[in-house]
Design a protein around this ligand. Sequence first.
Ligand code: VGL
Length: 200
Amino acid sequence: MAGEKSSLMKIGIGDALTVVDVRNDFLPGGSLAVPGGDEITEGLNHYVAAFSIRSLPVFATRDWHPLRHCSFREQGGPWPSRCVAGTVDAAFAPGLRLPASVPVVSRDTTVEKDAYSGFAGTDLDAQLHAASGRRVFVGGLATDYCVLNTVNADLAKGFETFLLEDAVRAVDVSDGDGARALAQMRARGTWPVTREVIDA
Ligand code: VGL
């Protein structure tokens, strides 16, 4: 599947890039370190540049929690405290090069709501439509949570969806979560792409 689609891949009008949650807390050393999370910034920079140079829309989502967010363990949630709004832990990875014009979509900004999709409680859908997005390319962190749920929402909304498989990494709370998420996204109709394909 990848090969067939890949050889035809060109990006152009109607294409949009979503960079999911590349935050300090998800990098090695962060409170919810995603293994290899720091390895994807270079690849993401390549995609961001490829889209930007063609004046194609790029969006960046961020986990942006209030103190005492319901997903934090201290509040009875499943995760360590992470990405508290306004802290350096919640900032974009230092190596990520996002043009200042890139809209930042903040997620999980209220204490009581916990969600993994970049669309949940945000205006990402409206922004994609306003930017004439029809095909959406998704990369970032983490494969098995926010990437998976953002991709699922993209598909449900009818966007043709491409996963940047060389620019995602998984939390892998249970071994194989990331691999299962990749398989699930493919089975639902997501096209896997890698940066060489976008170079073509
Ligand atoms: C994420 C798990 C917990 C993510 C956030 O951004 O993928 N995953 N919090």
